[in-house]
Design a protein around this ligand. Structure first.
Ligand code: COA
Length: 195
């Protein structure tokens, strides 16, 4: 993957993605703290977050993520700052088709205190590079609720292309909602971009 070309005067965040696996020793308390600080917006946009989200939820998610990695059905990762390793959020590939269409969808969240600095857009490009280079995927897409403007801006900032509206393309609890669909192809990562 080409390195980022930051906007003059704005620093591109230096991130590392770590697989959400026991081997990477993720900490329940650290993860929970990031969720608690971000709960208001996470509850609005992420169906897994709820008012009482707590230690058992984190433990269940860590166990499920381990299973996803070993079965190669999804690839959840933690977003950390490169220096210091602070937990900034999560990003992952889901709905992965390793063969045939060789596609996946990207999902992400960023903790409230780390937003509007290009963390999501940088993480999206990093996990897309993982999808293309390590999993040999041909395309990744992002489905975003139409009114989630921050997330749509993050996708656009990652150089993802808007393809149109996927009708009922998002499952949110029992509801199905229309989605703005974006995609990244390997060639998109080679184009100049600004975090
Ligand atoms: C959506 C979300 C992931 C965006 O994360 P983020 O790290 O703030 O995203 P980015 O910084 O890459 O880009 C989005 C915003 O930052 C701004 N931005 C990006 N880089 C910037 C920089 N260097 N300086 C100033 N602003 C910047 C963008 O213009 C955009 O602004 P807005 O939030 O005011 O609309 C975050 O708000 C979040 O976790 N929301 C709740 C969960 C969610 O909606 N997940 C996505 C589901 S599809």
């Amino acid at each position: 993957m080409r390195t980022a070309r930051p906007t003059p005067g704005k620093a591109t965040p230096q991130l590392k993605l770590t697989p959400l696996m026991a081997a990477a020793e993720p900490r329940v308390d650290e993860f929970l703290q990031a969720i608690i600080e971000s709960k208001a917006t996470l509850m609005r946009w992420m169906p897994w977050c709820h008012a009482d989200y707590g230690v058992p939820d984190v433990q269940r998610w860590f166990a499920a993520a381990e299973q996803m990695w070993s079965s190669k059905t999804a690839f959840p990762m933690l977003i950390r700052s490169k220096e210091g390793g602070m937990l900034l959020g999560g990003v992952g590939l889901h709905d992965v088709l390793l063969y045939g269409k060789r596609e996946a969808e990207i999902g992400y969240w960023v903790r409230a205190s780390a937003r509007s600095q290009g963390v999501a857009s940088t993480a999206v490009r990093a996990i897309a590079a993982f999808a293309f280079n390590e999993l040999n995927l041909a395309r990744v897409s992002i489905r975003i609720r139409l009114d989630n403007t921050s997330s749509r801006r993050a996708a656009e900032r990652a150089n993802a292309s808007f393809e149109g509206v996927a009708r009922h393309g998002i499952v949110h609890g029992d509801a199905r909602l229309d989605a703005a669909q974006y995609s990244l192809l390997p060639a998109d990562l080679a184009r100049p971009w600004q975090a």
